[in-house]
Design a protein around this ligand. Structure first.
Ligand code: C5P
Length: 214
């Protein structure tokens, strides 16, 4: 008899630390991991590669249906220039429908998966037994993201990064379809005063308790 896949939903705004936590939790528990932000970024990249012409709504939905979630190039897709178009594309309901279906298929494979994004606990995997909502103040997130970008050789001011994050936060929380918000049964983890080790320990503690009470 095979066990049902274990599903872990992690949501939160950009640079909250959710991506690192999701990757480490997946490693720790031997589960697959999907950063769903990469799926929206992949549509944005395909759109740019195609010259960015035509009706964005129709074309983006078609591009979304052709994205292969098993082969996403995280390094290329993480580029700063794709953040803004990805966030605009993510407000298109047809794109979300196509990507959410693929995200659910990815999660359904044994032994299960950790998915991180904005709407995982509320829309993609509402029945996941383990849900985390990871936050941190905008200033903390801007500082982290600026350091990350500088380590990769980027030259950008913290003020610019903060303004970008706030613009994306507003679009993500205010959009009509699948806005960013914690699921009612999500565990809230504020990482403003925690380094990654402390945040990881807090997440493992919560996940162990949630799995034990399943
Ligand atoms: O997480 P990341 O910053 O890579 O995501 C890029 C954009 O994709 C976000 O700004 C957000 O608008 C969108 N997104 C989303 N739903 C998800 C994951 C990402 O709308 N589950």
């Amino acid at each position: 008899m095979s066990e049902a896949p274990l599903l872990i939903a992690i949501d939160g705004p950009a640079a909250s630390g959710k991506g690192t936590l999701a990757r480490r939790l997946a490693e720790h528990l031997g589960l697959r991991h999907l950063d769903t932000g990469l799926t929206y970024r992949a549509v944005a990249a395909a759109w740019k590669d195609g010259g960015g012409d035509g009706d964005l709504k129709d074309m983006a939905a078609e591009l979304a249906r052709n994205i292969d979630l098993e082969h996403l190039d995280a390094a290329a897709l993480s580029h700063h220039s794709l953040a803004e178009p990805a966030s605009q594309i993510a407000a298109i309901p047809e794109v979300r429908r196509a990507l959410v279906e693929k995200q659910r298929e990815f999660a359904a494979h044994p032994p299960g998966a950790v998915l991180d994004g904005r709407d995982i606990g509320t829309v993609v995997l509402p029945d996941a037994p383990v849900k985390l909502f990871v936050t941190a103040s905008p200033e903390t997130r801007a500082r982290r993201r600026t350091l990350e970008m500088r380590e990769r050789g980027g030259d950008i001011s913290e003020e610019t990064v903060l303004a970008d994050l706030k613009r994306r936060d507003a679009r993500d929380t205010e959009r009509a379809d699948s806005p960013l918000r914690p699921a009612e049964d999500a565990y809230l983890l504020d990482t403003s005063d925690k380094d990654i080790e402390a945040a990881f320990r807090a997440a493992v503690d919560y996940v162990s308790r949630a799995i034990a009470s399943r």
